[in-house]
Design a protein around this ligand. Sequence first.
Ligand code: GLU
Length: 281
Amino acid sequence: MPLRGRLAPTPTGLLHVGHAQTFALATERAAGAGLVMRIEDLDRERCRPEFTAAALDDLRWLGLAWTEGPDVGGPHAPYEQSHRSAWFLDVWRRLEAAGIIYPSPHSRRDVEEAAAAPHGAPLESATASPEPIFPVALRPTTQDRASSPGGVAWRFRVPDGRVIEFHDGRLGRVTRTAGVDFGDFVVWRRDDLAAYELAVVADDHAMEIAEVVRGEDLLTSTARQLLLYEALGWPPPRWFHTPLVVDAEGRRLAKRTGGLAIRDLRARGLSPADVLHWPNM
Ligand code: GLU
């Protein structure tokens, strides 16, 4: 059964073959149920309008068609996250009122140093974690109510040791353990922007997304986002994580693999079908 879905590119660069394949699958799974194009351009320093234009153009060239978005309109406009800060602030307020987030003045460097220290170390991680787990020792013990985020980062206090379990449409049962696989995560940045985890949950809920289709590099984010859905009292969507694209030798493509931008493959004369089946053209 098709489920209402979304395509959510971040315009910090050109889309590559991995995006093409994930977005094609997302489009296919949503066929007939509605598909939102949402531009995740919160990071004003890194995002550029020319990358948004290139993404829309490349995806249209691939033959993908969305039913709502910046270039077609629809009931959930605006579709650029940079224009949705009032909504994100509203969600920040709900989380603050629930007492589940706290202001955290610690820089990434503080976190890395504390995580490396022999004393007060965070819970040991069995799985290699791509980012250091925020040490519990850096959590504040008391906290005043706040009416605005006020120029400091805010983190979500995760339930240490709790196993978050979810069903993925491709992988089946997936589990992540709070405090082990990931720690207290940022929901609001110190430069006064909503962080990815907050913005994506706020918008997937507001835009009534029934199934989130995205790359499996975001599986741990799904566990974080489930905690946000729970704290906000919202029903979560279904999840479908796509395999990361590998080359003919089975090597994973890094985000910025040269020459594999959809743009470059187009310029080399590949057809949309070639790009969607790469490397097995
Ligand atoms: N904008 C995110 C990215 O390009 C996608 C996030 C998501 O699909 O939840 O990585």
